[in-house]
Design a protein around this ligand. Sequence first.
Ligand code: AGP
Length: 613
Amino acid sequence: MCGIVGYIGPRDATPIVLNGLKRLEYRGYDSAGLAVIQDGKIEVRRDAGKLSRLTELLNDSPIHGTPGVGHTRWATHGAPSARNAHPHLGATGRVVVVHNGIVENFLDLRDELTAEGVEFNSDTDTEVIVHLVEHHLAAGLDLTEAARRTFGEIAGAHGIVLMSADEPDKIVCARIGNAGGVVVGLGEGENFIASDIPAILEHTRRVIFLESHQMAVVTRSEVRVQTLDGARVATKVNNIAWDAAAAEKGEYRHFMQKEIHEQVRSLTETLAGRVDFTDGNINLPELHMTPEMAGNIHKIIITACGTAAYAGMVGKLLIESITRIPCQMEIASEFRYSDPILDKHSVVLAISQSGETADTLAAMEEGRRKGALLWSIVNAVGSQAMRVADGSISMQTGPEIGVASTKAFTAPLVDQYMLAIMLAHLRGTLSDKTRRQLVADLRLIPDVVGRALRREAEVEKVAWALKDVRDCLYLGRGINMPIAYEGALKLKEISYVHAEGYPAGEMKHGPIALIDENMPVVCIAPKDPWHDKMISQIQQAKARGGTVIAVATEGDELVSSMADHVLWVPECPWMLSPVVTVIPLQLLAYHIAVVRGLDVDQPRNLAKSVTVE
Ligand code: AGP
């Protein structure tokens, strides 16, 4: 995740922007930079490393002026560099951009701009934005119109802030899709822009939240919000009553809700820098894998706890389906005492958000003891599970504060999908055609997750209908069977409802006796290879008087005609479908807990990281 800060007013922008970036400290950095307009020119200071490095740069070579913008990049994979740090200048040096999100069509745009003679100075997707704006300025448009034209040309989800030395009386910003917020803070004769409220809370509590596909032209005295096609938008000024800690939740009531909605961005981040969409390649350098090493792997044991274990259950199916390497998921608290049969041809793959879960670390030690290769998929940068592994894939979701894990569940689904493609490619067991298709399918993720999230109001209605449930069954099959376990765990841990995930095909061997009119049954029935089996499952539940809540693919009239409630998800290739089918179940558990007035972010008896046995 990236942090963005902007200021326009009579004061020196440098300290205001720098302090604003510091307020986003809880996010972590791998690079930071700022730009101000000083004596009619844009001055930039930026470098890899923490914010303290930027402070050193400014002490060594001060810049003062207004307006100004600043940016921090999240801890991402690979060595970040000064040349890739934001802000990015265009060729004329008269326009500068800071950006949050991914320009999904940047390769095509870069080719077009290069063909026009534009020289690029970074490896980032962001740089195409400022060159496009300059292209339109050269055609005679002003900054507002040049920006608007550019916003219409870039694909993906974005938070963008632009300024020009030729029009120093304004800053132009925009929010497109769900790459994080863009907030405009209203001062007296000055105004502020930020990706998160903490960055500007010391200056103002009056803010305007930009909605998706809105842009704002911000001057010292005015904020003109409009749609991307120019229609004026009536703005709602919000008064932020929260304290700084609360403000980290942004426009959300709880960290869990914020983190559920951050999944477009966190999944974009976990993909960033690892997927070559042009050649259909996956690059996970952290694993230091060679074709020979990949060819020597005879089995993979995934080990984790709780939500991470359910992510591993999906990974098991993905890895076996794509690589044909025998793979199983073992609950860490059992695996550590199971005297597992491992050798140098075995991989133990641990999954952990915190990277500090005692059972998972102990399972890794058992793997080490038995001579297996140790890998991990971890969110907390620098944690034990990241350090002790032979290779570790960072989830890149940013801090997950809510005890109930959400974005740290979907990220490892995609990470294991990428890992499987890379392994099969190295082993030569995947045709180019299949590999390219599997990689191309990853492009769908930000859009389908964003569309699933936009149905939150519908899920909230179902939560009201279920607010008094005492028991609940979650049923799934195949790749979505683990989603039944995960959906049930979400409800259990924050709503305190007894919920049970179960393989749908197992119901007829006993548990179906549980179903009556008092037993709601969540059936995960998207258009995947097990869809028809789930249809009969829904029929069996209905025949026994159960209330059926179906997770179904948009337009599936058959399921809609049978279920009492439907939680719609967009069509998605079946291997990636768990990434979207889990979204309404995260939201359902969240809203039931809210309706019941429970402490969503700190549920009773639980801790964010279980560092004891
Ligand atoms: C999930 O919502 C829970 N908070 C819990 O099951 C968690 O996933 C488990 O404790 C593992 O934690 P880790 O990912 O930090 O290892």
